[in-house]
Design a protein around this ligand. Structure first.
Ligand SMILES: CC(C)(COP(=O)(O)OP(=O)(O)OC[C@H]1O[C@@H](n2cnc3c(N)ncnc32)[C@H](O)[C@@H]1OP(=O)(O)O)[C@@H](O)C(=O)NCCC(=O)NCCS
Length: 426
């Protein structure tokens, strides 16, 4: 399924309707040719009644303006000292980008406004050094933002803070996103960057619990690319401040936003506040998901093909492993009570979640269920994962004679020649 497939998206609608997403977009993405697609994706999210706030950075534009005018900017990304010249560049850059975003949103028939909702103060003197016009978020005028959102207007927020005394400060846009996410109790913050996601030691982190990210930042700080460190810190901080999910995606890639929000796999990094995982019995309405989840594995003959009707007939035998209410793995347990045997079948873990112990967890779960049902011998048939069952789950090689008679008939008829693996449960 393509994540943009409407049927795929539909099941997320009840969960996200009227919820607030904060998009924090780097200037480099606003200036990228793919930004028009991001705005189209924003239009899709709005059409599903998701409330959107768009915070943007200015670094890449400040850099461009500084080069054009032969000036040196002291602070590109809102961290460090902002001198007077850099503040001037920041104001020009921020205004230009806000305008471009408003223009793009208008093109998509989306109503938007740029409010002065970030109340900022100077960062002050840090370690004896005056940070000059670098500011920090003092508070968010959330009533104003709520009023705009209620009217279906997208607030477009520049990386600036206003102090009420006629002074403006350069504030880091990702920090603004955290403050807004916290004060509006956002369901998600999505950092739209020009990177694939968070990496540590060159490896893309697909999903990570905020507390684990804290530990990684403490222990392996040097393994993060320096340009992604602030995003990693802000992502963890946002989760601790009550935002359940923070995504870091590559906004220069087509479909990035919708793929991240509306697919099981995601494409960037997901930082989450707490883990919501469960194994539950599958229901009839899950059959389409099960077929979609396992399609590739069936096509490559790892799993034996099962039709919708076959699954439906035995739906009570199927279990799903869900993370965040997304099915990411499945398994079936078919009982043969007369022989006190059972078959563990259709075990599948989505590639994005492999090697995290889910396969073994599902086997352990099914073993317990089988024991509860008085089963003495658990059987698994496999063509390509038999060493997994042997070395990771304590199965030993058996033979087709171990199969219950009715199963043996189907085994012979299938011609798959799967290896028969058995495990004694008593
Ligand atoms: C086989 C499968 C279920 C494993 O799921 P998983 O969640 O990645 O497994 P776990 O995380 O519990 O275990 C991972 C370990 O098993 C090993 N492993 C994974 N697939 C394997 C395979 N096909 N053969 C041998 N070992 C395998 C991994 O290398 C890893 O080893 P390590 O712990 O030494 O690093 C999953 O890869 C899958 O769905 N495969 C396609 C479908 C399939 O073949 N199903 C079995 C037929 S019923």
């Amino acid at each position: 399924m393509k994540p943009t497939d409407l049927r795929g998206i539909l099941r997320y609608i009840p969960r996200f309707r009227e919820r607030t997403f904060v998009l924090s977009v780097d200037a480099a993405v606003v200036m990228n040719e793919n930004f028009a697609n991001i705005l189209l994706d924003v239009a899709v999210l709005r059409s599903l009644n998701i409330r959107i706030l768009l915070v943007h950075g200015a670094a890449a534009m400040i850099r461009q303006l500084a080069t054009e005018s032969n000036l040196t900017a002291t602070n590109l990304d809102g961290v460090g000292i902002t001198d007077e010249n850099t503040l001037k560049l920041s104001l020009t850059a921020a205004n230009r980008l806000t305008h471009e975003i408003l223009e793009g949103l208008s093109t998509n028939d989306l109503r938007a406004a740029s409010p002065n909702a970030v109340i900022g103060h100077p960062q002050g003197i840090l370690n004896g050094v005056d940070q000059q016009f670098t500011g920090k978020v003092e508070r968010i005028d959330h009533e104003m933002l709520q009023a705009l959102l209620t009217q279906g207007i997208i607030p477009v927020i520049p990386p600036l803070g206003f102090d009420g005394e006629g002074r403006t400060y350069r504030v880091n846009s990702d920090a603004i996103a955290v403050a807004i996410g916290e004060s509006l109790k956002a369901a998600k913050i999505i950092y739209v960057t020009s990177y694939e996601g968070l990496t540590c030691g060159g490896q893309l982190i697909r999903q990570i619990l905020a507390s684990e990210l804290d530990l990684l930042l403490q222990r392996q700080r040097a393994d993060f690319p320096p340009e992604l460190l602030p995003k990693a810190q802000f992502a963890a901080q946002a989760c601790h401040a009550g935002v359940p999910r923070v995504h870091i995606i590559n906004g220069c890639q087509d479909d990035a936003l919708l793929a991240e929000v509306f697919s099981n796999e995601g494409i960037g990094t997901l930082v989450y506040a707490n883990e919501y995982e469960q194994i539950r019995r599958a229901l009839k309405k899950d059959i389409r998901q099960i077929l979609m989840l396992t399609r590739k594995s069936v096509n490559s003959a790892e799993l034996m093909k099962r039709t919708r009707a076959e699954i439906e007939r035995q739906i009570g035998d199927y279990y799903l492993y869900e993370i965040d209410r997304n099915p990411v793995a499945c398994v079936a347990l078919h009982l043969y009570p007369e022989q006190r045997k059972a078959e563990l079948a259709y075990l599948f873990v989505s590639p994005a979640h492999e090697n995290q112990g889910l396969g073994r967890k599902l086997i352990g779960f099914v073993e317990d269920k089988a024991r509860e049902a008085g089963v003495h011998q658990l059987i698994a048939l496999s063509t390509q994962a038999f060493t997994f069952f042997q070395s990771k789950a304590g199965f030993v090689e058996g033979s087709p004679e171990d199969l219950p008679p009715s199963r043996r008939e189907r085994y012979d008829a299938s011609g798959r020649n799967s290896k028969v693996l058995i495990k004694h449960l008593v």
